[in-house]
Design a binder for this molecule. Structure first.
Ligand SMILES: [Zn+2]
Length: 75
């Protein structure tokens, strides 16, 4: 798809690391995303965004200081 941020690039399927930080907790998510070849802005699909929120809240509630969550990550 066309990137709506820079309006120049098109996106390719790749993986990104998303950081969620809350108080003492840091949760890193390694998830699939559509990444702009030009400006590197990335787009998560709706389901992935929900997983990040849910898993992030769960890890924070469990008092995780640092956690890495892989979701849909295909090497
Ligand atoms: Zn772009």
């Amino acid at each position: 798809m066309e990137c709506v941020v820079c309006k120049h690039g098109t996106t390719y399927k790749g993986h990104v690391t998303v950081k969620l930080e809350r108080r003492e907790s840091i949760v890193l998510f390694k998830v699939p995303a559509d990444i702009c070849e030009n400006c590197e802005h990335f787009y998560l699909d709706e389901h992935t965004a929900i997983v990040i929120l849910n898993e992030g809240e769960k890890a924070i509630k469990q008092g995780a200081e640092f956690k890495v969550v892989r979701y849909g990550w295909v090497a």
